[in-house]
Design a protein around this ligand. Structure first.
Ligand SMILES: C[S@@+](CC[C@H](N)C(=O)[O-])C[C@H]1O[C@@H](n2cnc3c(N)ncnc32)[C@H](O)[C@@H]1O
Length: 250
């Protein structure tokens, strides 16, 4: 379907990080354009499904430019703590300036008064003690880690017993016609628009559809999450399965 080949495991982290460093400044704009604004709806639903309560400790893993963190902060309130963990400093910088500008803009009644906490770290080795997080969300991140099982084990470790996890990730359209249209869009149209907007030459918008195609489908991913120890694992397809939200409990 495309000439692009995914990086080998040993090189994946460096290649992925190089891509996000290059794409960081235009990342939010590209997300809105390429998803026709749908990513905001997907992210709001992810946070709603997590059922965050006031004062809780939230971790937004692979949080990047902090969209999910900011939505979570609204729910957790001033006494809550929302931490954005990401390996990429350029992405975190964009997230930090968004978080600061929203607090400074006087939207305090909607936003957490807690200072944004951004941590540069690997999802495969989260620098938090075990059993300390109430709710953990990861948006479009797990597809990019080098070892999915290790990242899921870390997610399970840092959650408190009874804690909830929600993963928003690209998935596999359920209808064959929709799948065909989506593949055409994602392999042939999306890379051109994404590249033009971000002036990128790292190949991130070719990596995107190739990595989505390789990511496990909804059922297999549910099974992988169960194997990591989670219970009550369920998923919800959005936009006909273009993305799915997987949820589990510790
Ligand atoms: C597609 S972006 C998603 C950003 C944000 N969660 C969102 O939904 O818009 C993926 C993010 O995952 C981060 N990432 C990739 N591999 C990672 C790893 N091993 N540990 C932590 N972050 C990682 C990237 O740096 C990037 O910011």
């Amino acid at each position: 379907m495309s000439e692009y080949s995914l990086p080998a495991k040993e090189r994946k982290q460096d290649v992925v990080q190089n891509m996000f460093t290059s794409a960081a400044k235009a990342y939010d704009l590209n997300n809105s354009v390429l998803s026709l604004g749908q990513h905001h709806r997907w992210k709001r639903l992810t946070i709603d499904l997590l059922k965050i309560e006031k004062g809780q400790v939230i971790l937004d893993l692979c949080g990047g430019t902090a969209d999910l963190s900011l939505l979570a902060a609204e729910k957790a309130g001033g006494d809550g703590l929302v931490m954005t963990v990401d390996l990429n400093m350029a992405m975190l910088r964009v997230g930090l300036s968004k978080a600061r500008s929203r607090v400074i803009d006087g939207l305090k009644e909607r936003m957490s008064r807690a200072r944004p906490v951004m941590i540069q770290a690997n999802a495969e080795s989260i620098p938090l003690p075990s059993g300390t997080v109430d709710r953990l969300t990861v948006g479009f991140g797990l597809r990019n880690v080098t070892n999915l099982d290790v990242a899921l084990a870390e997610i399970y470790r840092v959650l408190k017993p009874g804690g909830r996890f929600a993963c928003l990730e690209f998935s596999h359209p359920v209808n064959a016609l929709w799948d065909g249209l989506y593949r055409f869009y994602s392999f042939f149209i999306l890379p051109k628009i994404g590249k033009w907007i971000s002036r990128d030459n790292t190949g991130i918008y070719e990596y995107l559809p190739a990595s989505i195609a390789k990511f496990p489908d909804q059922e297999s991913f549910s099974e992988t999450i169960r194997k990591a120890g989670f219970s009550n694992v369920v998923y919800r397809n959005l936009s006909g399965g273009i993305v799915a939200i997987h949820m589990g409990e510790k």
